[in-house]
Structure formats: structure tokens, C-alpha cells
Design a protein around this ligand. Structure first.
Ligand SMILES: [Zn+2]
Length: 235
């Protein structure tokens, strides 16, 4: 008879406080991610997203009041003014704003069916109860069930990357399959790049026909950082 694996008890608290509020089915198609990416690029998403970097604050210091690390909000006049300035003068910075916590189509781990977001997509909420306690429990126990957090703080686990996503306490990954996909991607970088660039070129041609600017310039030369600069520890 197979030995029964013993799992740790669910903590009585804070588990009940956060259960039932997982907000994302996990899987997203290329087209779904493209829609999000381009709506952000065109500042028409309809809700605040990602976050304002120091480079954006500096580039717009003469024309807009911005709060570092706040979310971009199309309803804010200063944000709209800065976004238009960046789009015209610093288009790579636009992609860099989105890439704080959101992937270009084709590079998202949400395409894999192994990754999902839980509860809140706002880091400050993960710094206070009940989510800070839930995160402590996940850090202790999630690996027993095969789950890991790929996007960690830059200083955690010796992670020092020049390009990569911010910490996402909400994004978890089923490690056994995700790691196999990472190894596959790593062994097929050239084929992957050809395919991604082909898909982005196709989108840019379509956008050009619609009178819209390219939305895939920076990612073209940095895509691999955003796929491979993640924590690959099962802790
Ligand atoms: Zn996610």
C-alpha cells in the first residue's frame, strides 16, 4: 500500500480570511495578452495599471506631477500628458512601464497553464494582514505542494537583474511543469525569438494600418530577460 503523504495543516488563520477570493483562472491566450498589452500601450485600458518608474518621473518632470511607483491612470490628466510625451519621445519607456508587472503577448507565463494570480494585484495589500500572513504561509508551505513564486523582490535569493518584473506576491507557478517549459524555452531560444518577432511584426503592421505606433520595439531586444530573469528556486 502506498504511504500516505502528510501535508501540513492549513492554518486556521489567516487562511479562512482569504479563501475563495482567487481572482484569475491563470491561463491567458496570446490574443488575450495582446489585447491587454496594446490597451495599456494606447492608454485605453479603463483601469489603473502597472507602475510609474523613476525614469518616467524624470522624463516628465517639467510637464507632469507623477508619484513614483503609483499606478498609471488614464483618468489623470498629468498621467495622460506624460504618456503622450513618452510615446512621442521615449517609446521604449512606455513598454518599460507596462513591463513592470505585465507581459508582452507571447512572453507571459500565463500562456503556459501553469501560473495564476491570487487575491490582490496590489503589493501594498500583501504587506499587511491578512495577505502578509497568507504570504508567510505560502513561503513556508507552497513548495511542499509544488508551487513557487517566480517574481520575487530584486534582493531576494540573490536576484540582481537589470531587466525583469517587479515583485509579484500574488503570482504563483506550478513548478514541475513550469520549470520543464523554462528548460525547453532555454534550449530553443532562437526558434522562440523568430516566432515572437514574427508575431509582433504582424501586430505592428496591423497597428500601422490603423494609424497606431509600433508597440513592440523595446521588447524585441529584451524579451529573453523577461522570460528568464525569474526566481527558479522551489523553496
Ligand atoms: Zn500573473
Amino acid at each position: 500500500m502506498r504511504e500516505q503523504r502528510r501535508y501540513p495543516e492549513r492554518p486556521s488563520d489567516p487562511y479562512p480570511a482569504v479563501t475563495g477570493s482567487s481572482r484569475d483562472p491563470g491561463y491567458r491566450s496570446f490574443d488575450g495578452q495582446r489585447d491587454i498589452w496594446e490597451k495599456k500601450y494606447d492608454l485605453v485600458l479603463g483601469r489603473p495599471f502597472d507602475r510609474i518608474t523613476q525614469e518616467a518621473v524624470d522624463a516628465c518632470s517639467d510637464i507632469a506631477r507623477l508619484t513614483l511607483h503609483a499606478q498609471w491612470d488614464q483618468g489623470d490628466e498629468d498621467h495622460r500628458r506624460c504618456w503622450a510625451h513618452l510615446r512621442g519621445r521615449h517609446p521604449a519607456l512606455i513598454e518599460h512601464q507596462i513591463l513592470q508587472a505585465s507581459s508582452a503577448p507571447g512572453t507571459s507565463r500565463h500562456h503556459w497553464g501553469t501560473d495564476f494570480d491570487m487575491f490582490s494585484l496590489t503589493m501594498s495589500e500583501w504587506h499587511q494582514p491578512p495577505l502578509s500572513e497568507a504570504h508567510g504561509w505560502l513561503e513556508e508551505n507552497a513548495s511542499i505542494y509544488g508551487f513557487s513564486q517566480p517574481y520575487c523582490a530584486p534582493t531576494e535569493h540573490g536576484r540582481v537583474f537589470s531587466w525583469g518584473y517587479m515583485e509579484e506576491a500574488w503570482h504563483w507557478s506550478f513548478y514541475p511543469i513550469a520549470e520543464a517549459l523554462m528548460e525547453f524555452a532555454s534550449a530553443h531560444r532562437d526558434e522562440l525569438e523568430d516566432r515572437l518577432v514574427g508575431l509582433w511584426d504582424e501586430r505592428d503592421r496591423q497597428r500601422s494600418r490603423e494609424g497606431k505606433p509600433s508597440a513592440y520595439r523595446f521588447i524585441r531586444s529584451h524579451w529573453s530577460s523577461y522570460i528568464f530573469n525569474v526566481s527558479r528556486d522551489l523553496r
